[in-house]
Design a protein around this ligand. Structure first.
Ligand code: HXC
Length: 259
Protein backbone atom coordinates (compact mmCIF):
# COMPACT_ATOMS: atom_id res chain seq x y z
CA UNK A 1 0.00 0.00 0.00
CA UNK A 2 1.33 3.46 -0.93
CA UNK A 3 1.36 6.02 1.86
CA UNK A 4 1.97 9.78 1.66
CA UNK A 5 2.92 10.66 5.24
CA UNK A 6 4.57 7.48 6.53
CA UNK A 7 6.85 4.76 5.19
CA UNK A 8 6.39 1.15 6.09
CA UNK A 9 8.69 -1.86 5.91
CA UNK A 10 9.30 -5.15 7.68
CA UNK A 11 12.49 -6.42 9.33
CA UNK A 12 13.28 -10.14 9.17
CA UNK A 13 9.67 -10.60 7.94
CA UNK A 14 8.62 -10.33 11.61
CA UNK A 15 8.78 -6.72 12.75
CA UNK A 16 6.57 -4.06 11.19
CA UNK A 17 8.37 -0.72 11.11
CA UNK A 18 6.44 2.50 10.55
CA UNK A 19 8.43 5.69 10.00
CA UNK A 20 6.65 9.02 10.31
CA UNK A 21 7.63 10.91 7.19
CA UNK A 22 6.94 14.65 7.17
CA UNK A 23 10.55 15.68 7.84
CA UNK A 24 10.16 19.32 6.77
CA UNK A 25 7.37 19.77 9.34
CA UNK A 26 9.26 17.77 12.00
CA UNK A 27 6.66 15.03 11.53
CA UNK A 28 3.81 17.27 12.69
CA UNK A 29 0.82 14.97 12.98
CA UNK A 30 -1.95 15.91 10.57
CA UNK A 31 -5.16 13.97 9.95
CA UNK A 32 -3.77 12.22 6.87
CA UNK A 33 -0.74 10.96 8.78
CA UNK A 34 -2.83 9.68 11.68
CA UNK A 35 -5.24 7.89 9.33
CA UNK A 36 -2.31 6.24 7.53
CA UNK A 37 -0.66 5.31 10.83
CA UNK A 38 -3.88 3.63 11.96
CA UNK A 39 -4.18 1.74 8.67
CA UNK A 40 -0.58 0.52 8.82
CA UNK A 41 -0.87 -0.58 12.46
CA UNK A 42 -4.08 -2.49 11.77
CA UNK A 43 -2.56 -4.21 8.74
CA UNK A 44 0.48 -5.34 10.73
CA UNK A 45 -1.70 -6.43 13.66
CA UNK A 46 -3.76 -8.62 11.33
CA UNK A 47 -0.68 -10.20 9.70
CA UNK A 48 0.16 -13.49 11.45
CA UNK A 49 3.82 -13.24 10.44
CA UNK A 50 4.28 -9.97 12.36
CA UNK A 51 5.05 -10.25 16.05
CA UNK A 52 5.88 -6.68 17.00
CA UNK A 53 5.69 -3.15 15.58
CA UNK A 54 7.96 -0.13 15.85
CA UNK A 55 6.98 3.51 15.31
CA UNK A 56 9.83 5.90 14.70
CA UNK A 57 10.54 9.31 13.18
CA UNK A 58 13.63 11.18 12.01
CA UNK A 59 16.82 11.95 13.92
CA UNK A 60 15.58 15.48 14.55
CA UNK A 61 11.99 14.66 15.43
CA UNK A 62 9.86 11.72 16.41
CA UNK A 63 7.00 14.20 16.07
CA UNK A 64 6.84 17.88 17.10
CA UNK A 65 3.15 17.63 17.88
CA UNK A 66 -0.20 17.84 16.18
CA UNK A 67 -0.09 20.03 13.07
CA UNK A 68 -0.53 23.54 14.46
CA UNK A 69 -1.12 25.08 11.03
CA UNK A 70 -4.01 22.69 10.41
CA UNK A 71 -5.47 23.23 13.89
CA UNK A 72 -5.15 27.01 13.87
CA UNK A 73 -8.51 27.67 12.17
CA UNK A 74 -10.52 24.82 13.68
CA UNK A 75 -13.61 25.91 15.59
CA UNK A 76 -15.28 24.14 18.50
CA UNK A 77 -18.00 23.00 16.11
CA UNK A 78 -15.36 21.48 13.76
CA UNK A 79 -13.51 19.51 16.41
CA UNK A 80 -16.60 18.43 18.32
CA UNK A 81 -18.58 17.29 15.30
CA UNK A 82 -15.58 15.57 13.67
CA UNK A 83 -14.61 13.96 16.99
CA UNK A 84 -11.08 15.29 16.49
CA UNK A 85 -8.41 13.01 18.05
CA UNK A 86 -10.84 10.29 19.15
CA UNK A 87 -11.66 9.32 15.56
CA UNK A 88 -8.17 8.96 14.07
CA UNK A 89 -5.67 8.92 16.96
CA UNK A 90 -7.04 6.14 19.09
CA UNK A 91 -6.69 3.29 16.61
CA UNK A 92 -3.41 2.45 18.30
CA UNK A 93 -5.30 1.56 21.48
CA UNK A 94 -6.97 -1.35 19.67
CA UNK A 95 -3.68 -2.88 18.51
CA UNK A 96 -3.08 -6.16 20.37
CA UNK A 97 0.54 -6.91 19.47
CA UNK A 98 3.32 -4.85 21.07
CA UNK A 99 4.16 -1.44 19.62
CA UNK A 100 7.51 0.13 20.55
CA UNK A 101 8.22 3.85 20.10
CA UNK A 102 11.80 4.49 18.97
CA UNK A 103 12.19 8.18 19.77
CA UNK A 104 14.94 10.51 18.63
CA UNK A 105 14.75 14.30 18.68
CA UNK A 106 11.55 16.12 19.58
CA UNK A 107 8.55 14.25 20.96
CA UNK A 108 6.32 17.17 21.82
CA UNK A 109 2.60 17.61 22.39
CA UNK A 110 0.80 15.02 20.30
CA UNK A 111 4.21 13.49 19.52
CA UNK A 112 4.83 12.79 23.20
CA UNK A 113 1.26 11.54 23.51
CA UNK A 114 1.70 9.20 20.55
CA UNK A 115 4.90 7.81 22.08
CA UNK A 116 3.05 7.27 25.37
CA UNK A 117 0.27 5.37 23.55
CA UNK A 118 2.92 2.86 22.47
CA UNK A 119 3.72 0.01 24.85
CA UNK A 120 7.16 1.30 25.73
CA UNK A 121 9.59 3.96 24.63
CA UNK A 122 13.24 3.49 23.73
CA UNK A 123 14.87 6.91 23.50
CA UNK A 124 17.97 8.11 21.71
CA UNK A 125 20.22 10.30 23.82
CA UNK A 126 19.07 13.38 21.87
CA UNK A 127 15.36 12.82 22.61
CA UNK A 128 13.34 15.67 24.13
CA UNK A 129 9.88 15.18 25.55
CA UNK A 130 7.30 17.80 26.43
CA UNK A 131 3.69 18.91 26.48
CA UNK A 132 3.99 22.53 25.30
CA UNK A 133 0.29 22.99 24.39
CA UNK A 134 -0.10 25.57 27.17
CA UNK A 135 1.99 27.95 25.04
CA UNK A 136 -0.66 27.67 22.31
CA UNK A 137 -3.59 28.46 24.58
CA UNK A 138 -4.76 24.85 24.85
CA UNK A 139 -3.97 21.70 26.83
CA UNK A 140 -2.82 18.23 25.78
CA UNK A 141 -5.71 16.53 23.97
CA UNK A 142 -4.51 13.02 23.16
CA UNK A 143 -4.16 11.69 26.69
CA UNK A 144 -1.14 13.71 27.85
CA UNK A 145 -2.70 14.91 31.08
CA UNK A 146 -3.61 11.30 31.93
CA UNK A 147 -0.75 9.12 30.68
CA UNK A 148 2.07 11.48 31.67
CA UNK A 149 1.19 11.58 35.41
CA UNK A 150 0.74 7.81 35.38
CA UNK A 151 4.26 7.51 33.93
CA UNK A 152 6.19 10.23 35.78
CA UNK A 153 3.98 11.23 38.72
CA UNK A 154 1.96 14.36 39.39
CA UNK A 155 4.78 16.79 40.18
CA UNK A 156 6.70 16.37 36.95
CA UNK A 157 3.55 16.03 34.82
CA UNK A 158 2.20 19.30 36.24
CA UNK A 159 5.59 20.98 35.73
CA UNK A 160 5.67 19.92 32.07
CA UNK A 161 2.01 20.67 31.32
CA UNK A 162 1.98 24.05 33.10
CA UNK A 163 5.36 25.44 32.02
CA UNK A 164 5.59 23.76 28.62
CA UNK A 165 9.28 23.03 29.19
CA UNK A 166 11.06 20.12 27.55
CA UNK A 167 12.54 17.13 29.39
CA UNK A 168 15.78 15.47 28.27
CA UNK A 169 16.09 11.76 27.58
CA UNK A 170 18.00 11.37 30.86
CA UNK A 171 15.29 13.11 32.86
CA UNK A 172 12.61 11.07 31.08
CA UNK A 173 14.41 7.82 31.83
CA UNK A 174 14.93 8.73 35.49
CA UNK A 175 11.24 9.66 35.75
CA UNK A 176 10.04 6.38 34.24
CA UNK A 177 8.69 7.65 30.91
CA UNK A 178 11.37 5.87 28.92
CA UNK A 179 12.46 2.27 29.34
CA UNK A 180 16.04 2.78 28.10
CA UNK A 181 18.31 5.37 26.51
CA UNK A 182 20.70 4.45 23.72
CA UNK A 183 23.17 6.41 21.59
CA UNK A 184 21.41 7.99 18.61
CA UNK A 185 23.27 5.84 16.07
CA UNK A 186 22.18 2.68 17.91
CA UNK A 187 18.49 3.56 18.25
CA UNK A 188 17.11 1.32 15.53
CA UNK A 189 19.56 -1.51 16.19
CA UNK A 190 18.60 -1.61 19.87
CA UNK A 191 14.88 -1.23 19.18
CA UNK A 192 14.86 -3.94 16.51
CA UNK A 193 16.82 -6.18 18.90
CA UNK A 194 14.04 -5.82 21.47
CA UNK A 195 11.35 -6.28 18.83
CA UNK A 196 12.93 -9.44 17.41
CA UNK A 197 13.32 -10.85 20.91
CA UNK A 198 9.59 -10.31 21.50
CA UNK A 199 8.74 -11.92 18.12
CA UNK A 200 10.47 -15.14 19.12
CA UNK A 201 8.37 -15.59 22.26
CA UNK A 202 4.90 -17.12 22.19
CA UNK A 203 2.69 -14.54 20.48
CA UNK A 204 -0.20 -15.60 22.68
CA UNK A 205 1.83 -15.03 25.87
CA UNK A 206 3.12 -11.71 24.51
CA UNK A 207 -0.39 -10.49 23.75
CA UNK A 208 -1.60 -11.66 27.15
CA UNK A 209 1.28 -9.85 28.88
CA UNK A 210 0.44 -6.62 27.05
CA UNK A 211 -3.25 -6.94 27.84
CA UNK A 212 -2.53 -7.67 31.48
CA UNK A 213 -0.05 -4.82 32.03
CA UNK A 214 -2.50 -2.42 30.36
CA UNK A 215 -5.20 -3.64 32.73
CA UNK A 216 -3.14 -2.19 35.60
CA UNK A 217 -4.10 1.27 34.35
CA UNK A 218 -7.79 0.53 33.95
CA UNK A 219 -8.70 -1.36 37.12
CA UNK A 220 -8.19 -1.62 40.85
CA UNK A 221 -5.47 -3.94 42.21
CA UNK A 222 -7.74 -6.88 43.11
CA UNK A 223 -9.51 -6.84 39.73
CA UNK A 224 -6.22 -6.43 37.90
CA UNK A 225 -4.61 -9.33 39.74
CA UNK A 226 -7.66 -11.50 39.06
CA UNK A 227 -7.50 -10.58 35.35
CA UNK A 228 -3.82 -11.54 35.31
CA UNK A 229 -4.48 -14.79 37.19
CA UNK A 230 -7.15 -15.92 34.72
CA UNK A 231 -4.93 -15.13 31.71
CA UNK A 232 -2.05 -16.95 33.42
CA UNK A 233 -4.30 -19.98 33.95
CA UNK A 234 -5.49 -19.84 30.34
CA UNK A 235 -1.93 -19.97 29.00
CA UNK A 236 -1.64 -23.52 30.36
CA UNK A 237 -4.02 -24.47 27.53
CA UNK A 238 -1.45 -23.47 24.90
CA UNK A 239 1.09 -25.66 23.13
CA UNK A 240 3.58 -22.83 23.65
CA UNK A 241 3.46 -23.27 27.44
CA UNK A 242 4.26 -26.99 27.04
CA UNK A 243 7.07 -26.14 24.64
CA UNK A 244 8.55 -23.35 26.79
CA UNK A 245 8.64 -25.37 29.99
CA UNK A 246 9.76 -28.60 28.29
CA UNK A 247 12.60 -26.70 26.63
CA UNK A 248 13.75 -25.33 29.97
CA UNK A 249 13.58 -28.72 31.68
CA UNK A 250 15.52 -30.37 28.84
CA UNK A 251 18.05 -27.54 28.55
CA UNK A 252 17.26 -26.64 24.95
CA UNK A 253 16.04 -23.49 23.19
CA UNK A 254 12.26 -23.20 22.95
CA UNK A 255 10.69 -22.94 19.52
CA UNK A 256 7.28 -21.35 19.86
CA UNK A 257 4.58 -21.95 17.26
CA UNK A 258 2.17 -19.32 18.60
CA UNK A 259 -0.45 -21.93 19.33
C1 HXC B 1 3.17 22.27 12.35
C2 HXC B 1 5.42 22.43 12.78
C3 HXC B 1 5.24 21.91 14.08
C4 HXC B 1 3.89 21.57 14.46
C5 HXC B 1 7.33 22.31 13.82
N1 HXC B 1 6.72 22.66 12.66
N2 HXC B 1 6.44 21.85 14.69
N3 HXC B 1 4.40 22.62 11.93
N4 HXC B 1 2.90 21.78 13.56
N5 HXC B 1 3.61 21.04 15.66
C6 HXC B 1 7.35 23.19 11.46
C7 HXC B 1 7.80 24.65 11.66
O1 HXC B 1 6.71 25.53 11.44
C8 HXC B 1 8.84 24.78 10.57
O2 HXC B 1 8.20 24.95 9.32
C9 HXC B 1 9.49 23.39 10.56
O3 HXC B 1 8.55 22.50 11.17
C10 HXC B 1 10.77 23.35 11.36
O4 HXC B 1 10.50 23.87 12.64
P1 HXC B 1 11.39 25.02 13.34
O5 HXC B 1 10.52 25.64 14.37
O6 HXC B 1 11.96 25.93 12.30
O7 HXC B 1 12.55 24.16 13.98
P2 HXC B 1 13.39 24.47 15.31
O8 HXC B 1 13.78 25.92 15.35
O9 HXC B 1 14.47 23.44 15.34
O10 HXC B 1 12.38 24.25 16.50
C11 HXC B 1 11.87 22.94 16.75
C12 HXC B 1 10.68 23.01 17.76
C13 HXC B 1 9.63 24.00 17.21
C14 HXC B 1 11.20 23.46 19.13
C15 HXC B 1 10.13 21.60 17.86
O11 HXC B 1 9.34 23.68 15.84
C16 HXC B 1 8.36 23.98 17.97
O12 HXC B 1 8.25 24.54 19.05
N6 HXC B 1 7.32 23.36 17.39
C17 HXC B 1 6.00 23.32 17.98
C18 HXC B 1 5.97 22.34 19.11
C19 HXC B 1 4.59 22.30 19.74
O13 HXC B 1 4.05 23.31 20.22
N7 HXC B 1 3.96 21.11 19.74
C20 HXC B 1 2.65 20.93 20.29
C21 HXC B 1 1.64 21.13 19.21
S1 HXC B 1 0.01 21.13 19.84
P3 HXC B 1 8.71 26.08 8.28
O14 HXC B 1 7.73 25.97 7.16
O15 HXC B 1 8.68 27.36 9.04
O16 HXC B 1 10.10 25.66 7.93
C22 HXC B 1 -0.36 19.53 20.00
C23 HXC B 1 -1.74 19.30 20.47
C24 HXC B 1 -1.91 17.91 20.94
O17 HXC B 1 0.39 18.66 19.74
C25 HXC B 1 -3.32 17.67 21.26
C26 HXC B 1 -3.92 16.62 20.45
C27 HXC B 1 -3.04 15.74 19.73
Amino acid sequence: MAYEFITVHTEADKVGVITLNRPKQLNALNAGLMIELGQALKAFDADHAIGCMVITGSEKAFAAGADIGAMATYTFADVYKDDYITRDWETIRSIRKPVIAAVSGFALGGGCELAMMCDFIIAADNAKFGQPEIKLGVIPGAGGTQRLPRAVGKAKAMDLALTGRMMSATEAEQAGLVSRIVPLDKLMEETLGAALMICDYSQIAVMAAKESVNRAFESGLADGVMFERRLFHALFATADQKEGMDAFVNKRKAVFKHQ
